[in-house]
Design a protein around this ligand. Structure first.
Ligand SMILES: Cc1cc2nc3c(=O)[nH]c(=O)nc-3n(C[C@H](O)[C@H](O)[C@H](O)COP(=O)(O)OP(=O)(O)OC[C@H]3O[C@@H](n4cnc5c(N)ncnc54)[C@H](O)[C@@H]3O)c2cc1C
Length: 349
């Protein structure tokens, strides 16, 4: 690991300004080289950041530590009944939060299933959404892959057992964030702070980018921008949600396949609205729109849930070693739809 400077930010604005200033200085001395672009890193929990530095993927000149910024911490309820989750809230805090477990159960479940207890106590939601993919070719210093500016995606001809089965043309990474699968199912928004002080909110769906839009990054975070919070819209009392995943090991591992389901059911069991998102399936959390359309206006039972599972696979383009993900995803969708429909009603008044 190369030597670097450490700077403790005292406010999100100062963190954004430090990032911009360091990048400008680096551009002057190093021109627009990859080294200059990586001159600075924001540190939240530091879990992925340290891995990237140890793997030699980034060699920052300066780290800006945002982990002590109080205004980026914690979960609060907005006046509309929605939730604001500060970017520094840990996965463990999300998994244990009583209000969130009731109103946004799939998110609490997804956070509880990510990684290991030690990592969940350290890992922040912001850092989790911004972690780099776990594709072993991307993470290997020996492979100059497309995503790193090379000319070849090694996964297509190499070992692609954990890679994407949707939108995998060009680059076949899967998005590594488990909570993101649930957040997208709730139509969450991210709040971003620009170095000049402006704040913007972007839907998570627009925040993540597919390789066909930009091969070199996974999201639209601008240089110097700080992710300050995630906003969850209020849930109807008739909403039920659930998160399911399958992994090779139950703990300390990323899922092979995952699904988050949010359904709004009327008293007769008719589905007024369905949101179904697949995880570990595509370079960004993947909305199963055909499955959503199939359930909307239907009564949920075994046959409709099974049909939704099959519809969720529409457009899949599995690679040589990962077609096994398709039956996993179809089964997870079927089981999650049935389980969500059978859950007791939200006990909130
Ligand atoms: C063994 C193992 C198993 C794992 N399993 C899972 C799993 O099952 N599911 C899962 O989702 N994850 C898993 N992870 C990944 C882990 O959850 C992430 O590395 C962690 O959440 C990153 O959060 P952090 O706060 O440590 O981010 P950091 O490492 O501090 O930051 C990550 C990136 O985001 C940037 N950044 C961080 N916060 C901000 C911000 N607020 N604004 C702007 N930029 C920011 C940093 O500059 C860096 O580039 C696993 C990790 C390990 C080691």
């Amino acid at each position: 690991m190369e030597a670097f400077q450490w700077q403790q930010a005292r406010s999100p604005g100062e963190a954004a300004a430090l990032v911009t200033q360091t990048m400008a200085e680096a551009m002057l001395t190093l021109q627009n080289t990859p080294i200059a672009q990586q001159a600075i890193l924001v540190k939240a929990g530091g879990v992925d950041m340290l891995d990237l530095m140890k793997e030699g993927l980034v060699n920052p000149l300066r780290l800006v530590d945002i982990s002590r910024l109080a205004e980026l911490q914690g979960i609060s309820r907005g006046s509309d009944g929605g939730l604001r989750i500060g970017a520094l809230t840990t996965l463990a805090q999300i998994a244990a939060h009583p209000g969130l477990r009731q109103s946004h159960a799939a998110l609490a479940q997804a956070a509880a299933m990510a990684a290991s207890p030690q990592i969940r106590n350290r890992a922040t939601l912001g850092g989790n959404l911004l972690q780099r993919p776990r594709c072993w070719y991307l993470r290997s210093a020996a492979h100059h892959c497309l995503r790193k500016g090379g000319g070849h995606c090694f996964a297509f001809t190499g070992d692609n057992r954990y890679h994407a089965v949707f939108a995998n043309h060009g680059c076949a990474i899967v998005h590594p964030s488990t909570p993101a699968t649930a957040l997208l199912a709730y139509h969450a928004q991210v709040e971003l702070l620009h170095p000049q002080g402006q704040r913007r909110q972007v839907s998570l769906e627009d925040f993540f980018v597919l390789p066909e839009a930009d091969m070199h990054r996974e999201n639209i975070l601008a240089p110097g921008e700080i992710l300050t919070a995630v906003w969850l819209p209020p849930q109807m009392q008739t909403n039920r949600s659930i998160y399911f995943q399958v992994a090779e090991r139950e703990a300390f591992d990323w899922p092979l396949a995952a699904v988050a389901v949010v359904v709004d059911l009327d008293a007769a069991g008719l589905c007024r609205e369905a949101s179904i998102v697949l995880g570990a399936a595509a370079p960004a959390p993947w909305r199963a729109r055909q499955a959503e359309a199939l359930l909307t206006g239907a009564i949920i039972h075994g046959e409709t849930a099974e049909a939704a599972g099959e519809a969720a696979l529409a457009g899949a383009t599995p690679l040589a070693q990962n077609a096994y993900k398709l039956p996993l995803l179809a089964t997870l969708v079927r089981r999650a739809v049935l389980a969500a429909a059978a859950l007791p009603r939200d006990p909130r008044p």
